[in-house]
Design a protein around this ligand. Structure first.
Ligand code: ZN
Length: 433
């Protein structure tokens, strides 16, 4: 378990933005012998081949073409992004007095107060001018750079009685002291290794500098930034890499923009997955709808554990525990795609490999969240189950989860990819090679 938790914490530390997350996975895929495909080229795929393709540098799909007979795709999907503050193009604000601040807006629905009074930095991509044209470069100002200071209790005696945070005033980060603009540009250009005049722009986010850690009396908890959804992404990815050969073509998906509704070119509501699966079928002479009908997707996004101080938010009969196993999520309005068939299929695979599962449904008077499974399904319709790992403080800058659960999902994903699944009309045969 320690090794897996360490691997997860390293991924989080190396993935301060969705661009870095995609690059982290791309690097691991290349190291494992996967070939990078480019969307603008014709794909020539061969049996036994291992491939991946990126879109926008922030979403990624990896797949293997089995060497022997196969039917359908076996997919897991997680997201690369987390709630954060995104810098505006004309980001620097001088004043009041001699303060230099940055103009940033919320990306996704975060718990705002958790971003205050802690060292922050900036990461994302810069776009730079080169002799040949323009180019994207990863940027990570890898030092403590910013702070969003609270107002002292002496000025706001109501601060502990609930407070409506206003992002345009309360959440404006402080970059330092000075009356001249230009510091941010200088710092970003330096990180992108270009002269300032060649820095053309950037998609830059604030991020929490502190590394994730293990805590609890028995080291049973893992805590840190961006656990939603890098914990699921890590587990699904390693399940994908380490799986035995199963009956379908294994696919691992990492989508950006889940936190803002997925409706982007690289999001789960875009055409990325549909086009990649279609192109795999074309390149291998397979019939796309038939392959989809025999495909299964596990959409993995973190879930809510019962809160220790507020257990009343959990539904009476659906109360996920930390380290209680993989959570299968249900929603009558289908904000989670799980139905009785897809859930039973996933749970049976888990049961056979000794992975515990638990069920989550929102309390009936709480709308809860949504995820990418149902959105992807409107483009690429297949049997899909929504799962996740139980965590506390979802969308806080600092989240807490069960350390053992990462391994449970890793093993579940590995068993899923290694299974031989065949639809029987309302049911599935579940076998192994
Ligand atoms: Zn999520």
């Amino acid at each position: 378990m320690k090794e897996i938790t360490q691997g997860l914490l390293e991924l989080i530390a190396g993935s301060p933005s969705p661009f870095h997350a995609a690059a982290s996975f791309a690097g691991a895929l290349e190291a494992a012998g996967y070939s990078r495909l480019r969307e603008e080229e014709r794909w020539q795929l061969k049996a036994g081949g291992r491939y991946f393709v990126e879109r926008n540098g922030s979403s990624l799909i990896a797949f293997r073409v089995p060497a022997g007979a196969w039917q359908g795709f076996l997919l897991t999907a997680a997201h690369s992004d987390s709630p954060a503050f995104k810098l505006k193009p004309n980001g620097e604000i001088t004043g009041p007095e001699n303060y230099l601040r940055l103009s940033a807006e919320p990306y996704g629905g975060m718990l705002m107060s958790t971003w205050l009074d802690r060292p922050l930095s900036i990461a994302g991509r810069a776009v730079v001018r080169t002799a040949a044209g323009i180019e994207s470069r990863l940027v990570n100002i890898d030092r403590d750079l910013l702070v969003i200071p609270s107002v002292a209790i002496h000025f706001n005696r109501e601060a502990n009685r609930g407070y409506a945070w206003d992002p345009k005033t309360d959440l404006t980060p402080l970059l330092g002291l000075g009356t001249e603009k230009g510091a941010l540009r200088r710092i970003v250009a330096e990180s992108a290794a270009v002269p300032e005049e060649d820095l053309l722009g950037g998609d830059l986010y604030l991020y929490v500098r502190q590394n994730g850690t293990v805590l609890g009396a028995n080291e049973e908890l893992v805590a840190g930034p961006r656990l939603d959804d890098l914990q699921c992404a890590y587990a699904c990815f390693h399940g994908f890499l380490e799986a035995e050969v199963g009956g379908g073509a294994p696919v691992f998906c990492l989508f950006d923009n889940e936190e803002v509704g997925s409706a982007t070119r690289q999001g789960a509501d875009g055409t990325f997955l549909q086009e990649v699966l279609g192109r795999i079928c074309d390149a291998l002479g397979r019939e796309y709808p038939a392959e989809l009908a025999g495909s299964v997707m596990v959409s993995a996004d973190n879930a809510h554990a019962v809160h220790p101080n507020h257990p009343e938010y959990a539904d009476g009969g659906h109360r996920p525990r930390l380290n209680g196993g993989v959570v299968v999520k249900y929603s009558a309005s289908q904000r989670y795609t799980s139905d009785a068939v897809s859930a039973a299929l996933f749970e049976e695979i888990c049961r056979r490999s000794g992975v515990p599962t638990q069920a989550f449904a929102n309390r009936s008077d709480l709308p809860g969240g949504s995820t990418l499974g149902n959105i992807a399904n409107t483009h690429v319709s297949m049997t899909t189950v929504d799962v996740g790992l139980a965590q506390l403080a979802m969308h806080s800058a600092w989240e807490t989860a069960g350390a053992r659960d990462t391994e449970y999902l890793l093993r579940a994903a590995g068993a899923f990819y290694g299974a031989v699944l065949r639809p029987t009309g309302g049911g599935w045969e579940i076998g192994t090679r």
